[in-house]
Write a protein that binds this ligand. Structure first.
Ligand code: NAD
Length: 383
């Protein structure tokens, strides 16, 4: 089959869905690989580097879409991109079907088979295709780098001839994939790191990384109930639990130099956990990086896509494109996620795609097929 990567049409997006290296792997599966001219430029992959890897470079999006069986992208497609596709063609990209019902209807109408990388089931076998995790890992790392860049002080403590420097105090709220990456990065920079999550089972992971788990004075059984939901995700907290959590954050706010928030609940707006009064209680020069900005933000004062400084001198970073800010690395990892998915779609490595809807992973990620909406999928059979 012919697989081709489009240049991302979303403004400022630096990632690309196929790299010269992942193209080589796709070819080993028997596929021919194409790329739109300039698709990899912002991630540091020139057209010549693709040609050197045996990829055919085509001049524009419509020629690319016209030439291939499978269109690969990072961001969800635009309406125009879907409209250019033919029945039976496959699209593989982030899609977010729950938030994009009109796009889903359009893909159905067009007869496109749409594979949503954000819907790959989070089961062990599919970890190598888990693009949500590979991107969240980058976002967590980059959030700390962004915080360090905006914090006018060391992260690590030092004793020098010119004076003693205390380590920065960093609080990470939400210890999922991004939060754990942020914890690891902040610890490695020498900061004193604290972390909170509603899921009590992450306490051990937080502590094993050298950070301190922020415990709430709350009945343990209720706490577990508040934090746990299916598949390792969080559920909304009860009002009592939330009050305890906010009281704890109010106590911590004046002591923290950096706060990185990553708290999300599937299918909902981000919970507001860092309130205006907490920002006002922070020291001038402190930094908040809100990784939940795209879903409305965990901090009440976050402005999505922007960085601003409050009247009391707290920098709040609300960027929503952290993986794109590390475009080369993010493309390599996302390109690998895609080629692993293509490996499952090409079981005989003979360039022939077998779209096996009995396979949990393929079924889970397929959101439209044969003029049908196939989302939401049934729960995976194997954990
Ligand atoms: P996510 O992005 O949905 O949420 C981020 C974190 O925010 C979660 O840890 C959640 O508990 C936390 N959170 C929600 N509400 C909060 C609140 N009010 N206060 C503080 N924290 C709050 O989650 P994610 O990073 O995508 O992953 C969550 C979990 O999913 C992982 O830790 C893991 O258990 C599981 N997972 C499994 C696999 C796999 O098996 N292949 C892959 C990835 C993730």
């Amino acid at each position: 089959m012919k697989i081709g990567a489009l240049k991302e049409s979303f403004e400022g997006e630096a990632r690309v869905a196929v790299t010269p290296s992942s193209a080589g792997h796709l070819m080993k599966l028997g596929h021919e690989v194409f790329v739109e001219s300039g698709a990899g430029a912002r991630a540091g992959f020139s057209d010549d580097s693709y040609r050197g890897a045996g990829v055919t470079v085509v001049p524009n999006a419509s020629e690319l879409i016209g030439a291939v069986d499978v269109v690969a992208k990072v961001r969800q497609p635009s309406d125009d991109e879907i409209r250019q596709m033919q029945p039976g063609q496959t699209l593989i990209s982030f899609f977010y079907p729950g938030q994009n019902s009109e796009l889903l209807a359009l893909a159905k109408e067009q007869g496109v088979t749409a594979i949503a990388m954000d819907m790959v089931p989070r089961i062990s076998r599919a970890q190598k295709m888990d693009a949500l995790s590979s991107m969240a890992n980058i976002a967590g790392y980059r959030a700390v780098i962004e915080a360090a860049n905006n914090f006018g002080r060391f992260f690590t403590g030092q004793v020098t001839a010119a004076g003693k420097v205390p380590p920065a105090k960093v609080l990470v709220v939400g210890a999922g994939v991004a939060g754990l990456a942020a914890i690891g990065t902040a610890v490695s920079l020498g900061a004193q790191v604290y972390a909170f999550d509603v899921r009590p089972e992450v306490a051990e992971q937080i502590e094993s990384m050298g950070a301190e788990f922020v415990f709430l004075d709350f009945d343990e059984a209720s706490a577990a109930q508040d934090g746990a939901a299916t598949g390792g995700y969080a559920a909304p907290s009860s009002p009592e639990f939330r009050e305890k959590q906010l009281a704890k954050f109010r106590e911590l706010a004046p002591q923290m130099d950096v706060v990185i928030t990553t708290a999300l609940i599937p299918g909902r707006d981000a919970p507001k956990l860092w309130t205006r009064d907490m920002v006002e209680a922070m020291k001038p020069g402190s930094v908040i990086v809100d990784l939940a900005a795209e879903r409305g933000g965990n901090c009440e004062l976050t402005i999505p896509d922007e960085k601003h400084v409050t009247e009391n001198g707290v920098t709040i970073v609300g960027y929503t494109d952290f993986p794109s800010r590390m475009g080369a690395q993010a493309s390599e990892l996302y390109g690998n996620n895609i080629r692993h998915f293509m490996t499952d779609l090409t079981p005989k490595k003979d360039g022939v795609i077998q779209h096996n809807m009995e396979d949990d992973v393929i079924r889970g990620a397929t959101v439209t097929r044969d003029h049908d909406v196939t989302w939401p999928p049934p729960p995976p059979k194997i954990a």
